[in-house]
Design a protein around this ligand. Sequence first.
Ligand SMILES: C[S@@+](CC[C@H](N)C(=O)[O-])C[C@H]1O[C@@H](n2cnc3c(N)ncnc32)[C@H](O)[C@@H]1O
Length: 503
Amino acid sequence: MSPKRSSPKPVGRAAAPVGRPSALLDTRIIYCGDCLDQLQKLPDGCVDLIYIDPPFNSNRNYEVFWGETREKRAFADRHASTQAYIEYMRPRCVELSRVLKKTGSFYYHCDWHADGYVRVMLDQILGENNFRSGIVWRRTNAKGLAFKGFPNNHDTVFYYTGPDGFTWNRQFTEYDPEYVAKFYRFIEEGTGRRYRLSDLTNPNPNRPNLTYEWKGHKRVWRWTKERMQEAHDKGIIHYSSTGLAAQKRYLDEMQGQPIDTVWDDIPPVQAQADERLGYPTQKPLALLDRIIKACSNPNDIILDAFCGCGTALVAAENLGRQWIGIDISPTACRVMAKRLRDVCKVREDEALWRTGKGFIVRDLPRSIEQLRAIPPFEFENWAVIALGGIPNKAQVGDMGIDGRIFPVAAAPKKRGAATGELDFMDHWYPIQVKQKDKAGRPDIDAFETAMERAERTKGFFVAFDYSADALTEIDRFFRKSGKVIVALTVREILEEEIARKLA
Ligand SMILES: C[S@@+](CC[C@H](N)C(=O)[O-])C[C@H]1O[C@@H](n2cnc3c(N)ncnc32)[C@H](O)[C@@H]1O
C-alpha cells in the first residue's frame, strides 16, 4: 500500500511476554512527539487499525500551517493554507500506510475545510481501490441562521482498507422508536414480546405441494403443511380476525438496523457528559467504539497517531484490543495517561507493563532540567503546545505574545460573507513564555501592554517561577483593569495541574 516501504526496524524488548500480539512491536505505549518521528520506530505492516483525527477542523490550523499574521486573511487564501496542511500530512500518512498491515483498516477524521484534498491525498497513498467509504458523522445540530448557506454540521471520516482482505464485523444500531411503533405493532399476550407480521403466502402460484387449506384459507403457502403445524404449535403464527396466518417476527430476535455511512446517532461530547475532559477536540467514545468493533478483533493492534486526550486508546482498552498512541503535546499525553488510569483502571507502571498489563508513556520531556536546557524558541513551543495553544510562527515581532489559546467555547457564531469564518480567530487568549528561573515585574508589565494592545481580557504566562513583585503586579493589574493573568509554572504543566487551571 505504501509507495515506499523500508525494512523492518523492530523496537522494544527481545521476547514478547505471553499474551502480547507481536514480538516485533511493543503496545500499550503513549509516545510523546511528532508522529513523523515516532512512527519510524515501528516496523512495516504491524498494526491492524489506524484512526487519526489531525488538527484541521477549525481556523486554528489556518494559522498553524500558514503562520502568524497581524491582518486577517481573505477567504481566498484558505487554498494556500489547505495546501500547506496537505503537505504537512502527506509524509505522516505515508508513514502510517507503511506501518499498516495489508489486512488492516485506516480511518482519517476531517471536516469540510480539507476533506476533498484529504481524499485525493489518501487515494494516492493508500490506493483508490482501497477506499471503502466516506462516513458522514453529524457532529452538531447548529442552526447557523446568521450564515448564508447550509450549515456545515458534519465531519467526514474516510475509511480505507488494505488490499489483502480485511476485518469486517457488521455493526447494527437500535431501531428508531417510530419505526418500531409503526412496524412492530403487535404485542404477544403472555410474553409481552413485540413482533411484526411477515406474509406466509407464496409469491409463486405454481407450487402444488405447498397449496393447501389452513384454518379455512386455501393458499399457496411458503411452508409445507408439516412446517406450518410445527410453527403453529410453537406459537409463532399470528392469525388475523379472518383466521389468515402470518409469521411473527420478534423485535428481540432482530440485530437492529445495519449501520450505513450516515452516522447521526452519536452526539458530540456534551458539556455535561461523563466522558468529557474539557479537551477542545475530544471525540465521543461511541464513535471510536463503532470503528474499532467494526474493523478489529480482540487483541488486534489499534494505532492513533494524533490521539489528543486518548479516546481511541480508551475505546481500544475497553474492547480488549492492544493499542499505541502518539501525540506531539506533552499535556495531551499526560491527560490521556490520567484518563487511562482513571477510566480504564490500568496502571501506568513499567514493571507491570513488562508483564503485558500496565502501560507506559515514552519520550515526555520529563524534567525541569531538560526543559531548562532546550533552546528558547523550542521551549516557547513546548510551553504553548503543552497548554493546548498554537505557537506563533514568527520569531521576531511577536509583540509580547508567543502563542494563543482558543477557548473550548469558541465556535464560529457569525459566518457572513463579509467576514468569513475568520471571526472565530477573535476568540483567543494570549500566551507569553519566559524560559526564566523567575519572571519579574518588567516581564509582567510587557505582557500587560501586549494584552491591552490586543484587547484581551485574559492571558497565560509561563515561567519556571515568579518574583514576588511579579505576582503583586498581576494582582494589581486585575484590581485596576479586571483583566486576568494566569501565572503558570513549568512544574505545574509537568504535573498535570494544568488541565484544572485551564478549565
Ligand atoms: C483533534 S486532536 C485529536 C483528538 C482526539 N481524537 C480525541 O478524541 O481526543 C489532534 C491532536 O493531534 C496532536 N498533534 C498535532 N500535530 C501532531 C503531530 N505532528 N504528531 C502527533 N500529534 C500531533 C495535537 O496535539 C492534538 O492533541
